[in-house]
Design a protein around this ligand. Structure first.
Ligand SMILES: *[C@@H]1O[C@H](CO)[C@@H](O)[C@H](O)[C@H]1NC(C)=O
Ligand SMILES: *[C@@H]1O[C@H](CO)[C@@H](O)[C@H](O)[C@H]1NC(C)=O
Ligand SMILES: *[C@@H]1O[C@H](CO)[C@@H](O)[C@H](O)[C@H]1NC(C)=O
Ligand SMILES: *[C@@H]1O[C@H](CO)[C@@H](O)[C@H](O)[C@H]1NC(C)=O
Ligand SMILES: *[C@@H]1O[C@H](CO)[C@@H](O)[C@H](O)[C@H]1NC(C)=O
Ligand SMILES: *[C@@H]1O[C@H](CO)[C@@H](O)[C@H](O)[C@H]1NC(C)=O
Ligand SMILES: *[C@@H]1O[C@H](CO)[C@@H](O)[C@H](O)[C@H]1NC(C)=O
Ligand SMILES: *[C@@H]1O[C@H](CO)[C@@H](O)[C@H](O)[C@H]1NC(C)=O
Ligand SMILES: *[C@@H]1O[C@H](CO)[C@@H](O)[C@H](O)[C@H]1NC(C)=O
Ligand SMILES: *[C@@H]1O[C@H](CO)[C@@H](O)[C@H](O)[C@H]1NC(C)=O
Ligand SMILES: *[C@@H]1O[C@H](CO)[C@@H](O)[C@H](O)[C@H]1NC(C)=O
Ligand SMILES: [Zn+2]
Length: 646
């Protein structure tokens, strides 16, 4: 933490501010009591970034990124004398305005250790409303929470180091000073210098690359440009031994050369996914679509950085059973990147809509049952998360109260699945065709903007009144936004997703439990024909009923289905959390191996959690120590929270 000496009066006035109201962090910024995002320390109602230019170098020796960030900001008011930016563990060397004045600055940290510091910049002259001001900040980013620096040994080709970043939700500020909030969207350009032969991509169009020599070494300056404004959380960098392989007219795959053939094969239908979602919505605005298959430590399933989706290699299974993650990230091009939630309380506006687009597209491509089974698995993950938070917790609502905490604490499957179920409910009221029309006009109306659910609701009501004049009132009265959005716990309407196979899957699992390990059900071979999601439902059933059987049942199932040896990580994490709960201890070696094979938080966290829940905290701690250099810092943080509380 780079907390510098504070002027005593500033400190006192701010402490009083904190006591009076949590929102009055912003000293010296009158009128900033209504910030629409609790997770930024920037005075976003005073000035707003419209464009930024990064002139930076990536140094793998010191694992740092340094250079200049130039923010072009439009004053929203006259008389603003101070600009506050989000930073986290950055070293700031110099701040210069467009006239070349060197500006004074200060760090301030109103909520220690949660999401960074406030960089306060004191202007030479007060702003004039509507004018554009450029500020260039010379800085260095080291040990950034967004960055994962891999040694050559940690990569699959083992020849060069590798860097990737993950900014959602509040980590972009650890890479450079930003107004780090989805409320702000800006176009950008960047020049990134790196030593040869490392290749760099950002979440933007590549415009050129220029060779330069310094100290007898060859470097390349990679230039990028995004003419479409993006929110900071989808800014990203990947650098390493990577190559690009074109898959279709607009689509390509990027990865280390070692695996590119395999990945390209698995993702060969990428163009079809893009066409399908585009066909369902409105024309794709971003140009091309590229997906980077990251090294195994990547903490997410996927991340929808524009023009540079990141995905975990755990989605590449060999039978295309994991690729719906790619459909999801593609769908974010419309819901998330084109229309964006205004703050992290409204995350469901990104994720619920994206789940809806994903599953609508899935049913077009893979059949209706595929989407329904996927929604059932999704509902299971939602219920698990609700049980973990407690059904009364505000984190189980679609409007979690995250003031004063890291928004990631509230992150879960709930905004995805409860948000999805809300849209499915709306579909049941107004019909699928009208909902599709609504989606199209909603995306057009709010294109390149950031919104909250109140604006969404107002637009929806207006849309229905115009398009269903006769029964608008009746339809709207059936949709209780307040309960769906603000009430904790299970959705107010149980939609009861069902397919013909679900009861068979559950009864197969129940038969194993009834047999208590003394035999296999006569129809046990049916499992082998289940889809991946159906197998997940089987495993969820076992997990939900662990109090009814002991390890003999799991030993029998393992003999029949060889789950301990599964190479599909969606199976592995569900299986291992159950084996831990039940005490099937002879698979411990395989669990240890598994925890070092992937750093995807969704998959490793429940396994660590199972150790903690069965009183084996020490084992969890030991594995974390063993693998913390392999995991991304965000994964280490998440696992630490599971083991040690907050
Ligand atoms: C950053 O900006 C400063 C001027 O404030 C300039 O001296 C320096 O060369 C710039 N650095 C880079 C890497 O462009
Ligand atoms: C501010 O930066 C923008 C590009 O971001 C540039 O077009 C403009 O000329 C700059 N303005 C000044 C006054 O330097
Ligand atoms: C980064 O981490 C290294 C090693 O832990 C430490 O020596 C250094 O001070 C850290 N730098 C910053 C800016 O936190
Ligand atoms: C980015 O780098 C290129 C190549 O060196 C250079 O031509 C261009 O002026 C740089 N852009 C900015 C904004 O500095
Ligand atoms: C740098 O590039 C030049 C021209 O491509 C080449 O001749 C030289 O060997 C390279 N130097 C190093 C250190 O790789
Ligand atoms: C990328 O370039 C394409 C083709 O020029 C353009 O259509 C698209 O809008 C650009 N995307 C961004 C984010 O600037
Ligand atoms: C696009 O949608 C239309 C109907 O809206 C359908 O007839 C057509 O097959 C779809 N094309 C693709 C590629 O999904
Ligand atoms: C919201 O829920 C979280 C998690 O259950 C809890 O820690 C927090 O205190 C709650 N906030 C409010 C304002 O109730
Ligand atoms: C979600 O799961 C819960 C608990 O198993 C169940 O009661 C509910 O019916 C499910 N919801 C849907 C929509 O299937
Ligand atoms: C897992 O595979 C190993 C061989 O790699 C085998 O010895 C073991 O029996 C298998 N486990 C099960 C439960 O089938
Ligand atoms: C279980 O899986 C392992 C490794 O994939 C394989 O070697 C073994 O033959 C399998 N055993 C059975 C019973 O399928
Ligand atoms: Zn998503």
């Amino acid at each position: 933490m780079k907390l510098q000496i504070l002027i005593a009066t500033l400190l006192i006035s701010t402490l009083t501010g904190v006591l009076i109201s949590k929102k009055q962090y912003f000293i010296g910024n009158q009128g900033e009591s209504n910030i629409p995002d609790d997770s930024t320390l920037s005075n976003i109602l005073d000035v707003q970034t419209k464009h930024f230019h990064l002139e930076i170098e990536i140094d793998f020796e010191s694992k740092s990124i340094f250079g200049n960030q130039t923010l072009s900001m439009v004053a929203q008011k006259s008389g603003v004398k101070q600009i506050n930016l989000d930073v986290s563990n950055l070293q700031i060397y110099k701040v210069v305005d467009q006239e070349g004045n060197i500006l004074n600055f200060n760090y301030f940290n109103p909520i220690p250790n949660i999401f960074g510091e406030q960089l306060q910049i004191f202007l030479k002259n007060p702003t004039i409303e509507g004018r554009v001001y450029n500020y260039t900040i010379t800085y260095k980013s080291e040990n950034a929470s967004a960055s994962s620096w891999l040694t050559p040994k940690q990569t699959s080709s083992q020849v060069l180091p590798y860097l990737y970043t993950q900014c959602q939700s509040v980590y972009c500020r650890s890479l450079a000073p930003f107004q780090d909030t989805p409320f702000i969207k800006a176009t950008y350009t960047a020049n990134v210098t790196v030593v040869d032969p490392i290749v760099v991509y950002l979440s933007a169009n590549v415009t050129q690359s220029t060779q330069v020599q310094k100290d007898n070494q060859n470097y390349t300056i990679y230039s990028f440009r995004s003419d479409i404004p993006i929110a900071s959380y989808v800014f990203t960098i990947v650098a390493g031994n990577v190559v690009e392989r074109k898959i279709g007219r607009r689509t390509s795959v990027i990865s280390e050369p070692t695996n590119i053939d395999f990945y390209a094969q698995e993702l060969s239908d990428l163009e079809l996914y893009l066409d399908t979602v585009e066909n369902y919505t409105i024309p794709y605005i971003w140009g091309s679509y590229k997906i980077v298959i990251q090294p195994p430590s990547f903490p997410m399933g996927g991340m929808e950085n524009p023009l540079l989706t990141f995905a975990s290699p755990s989605i590449i299974v060999g039978d295309k059973s994991g690729v719906s993650v790619a459909v999801h990230e593609i769908a974010h091009s419309w819901t998330g990147n084109q229309v964006t939630c205004k703050n992290w309380r409204n995350l469901w506006i990104n994720e619920g809509f994206t789940m809806y687009l994903e599953r609508q597209s899935d049913s077009i491509m893979f059949g209706k049952d595929y989407a329904v089974v996927d929604a059932i698995v999704g509902n299971d993950t939602m219920v698990d998360d609700m049980n973990n938070f407690g059904m009364q917790s505000n984190y189980t609502s679609l409007n979690p109260m995250i003031q004063g905490s890291n928004p990631d604490d509230a992150f879960s499957n709930i905004p995805y699945e409860k948000g999805y179920q809300f849209l499915k409910y709306i579909e049941s009221v107004i019909g699928q065709d009208l909902l599709q029309q609504f989606l199209r006009s909603y995306i057009s109306e709010y294109s390149l903007k950031s919104i909250d659910y109140e604006e969404l609701q107002a637009f929806f009501n207006k849309f229905i009144k115009i398009n269903r004049q006769r029964d608008a009132k009746k339809l709207l009265s059936q949709i209780d936004w307040d309960t769906w959005i603000n009430q904790p716990g299970m959705p107010p309407v149980n939609l009861k997703f069902q397919t013909d196979t679900i009861p068979l899957i559950k009864s197969l699992a129940q038969s194993y439990i009834d047999l208590q390990g003394k035999g296999s059900p006569a129809n046990y071979k049916e499992f082998l024909d289940f889809s991946l999601n159906e197998k997940c439902i089987f495993l969820q059933y076992l997990f939900d009923h662990t109090s009814e059987y002991d390890s003999q049942v799991l030993i029998k199932i393992d003999q029949d289905y060889n789950l301990t040896n599964s190479s599909n990580q969606e199976i592995s994490w569900r299986w291992f959390r159950t084996t831990i709960m039940v005490g099937y201890n002879s698979v411990q070696d395989k669990i240890e191996q598994f925890l070092g094979l992937t750093g995807r938080i969704k998959m490793i966290k429940p396994v660590y959690q199972a150790f903690v829940q069965t009183g084996q905290k020490q084992i969890a701690q030991n594995y974390l120590v063993q693998y913390q250099d392999f995991y991304h810092p965000l994964a280490v943080q998440a696992i630490n929270r599971v083991i040690n509380g907050n």
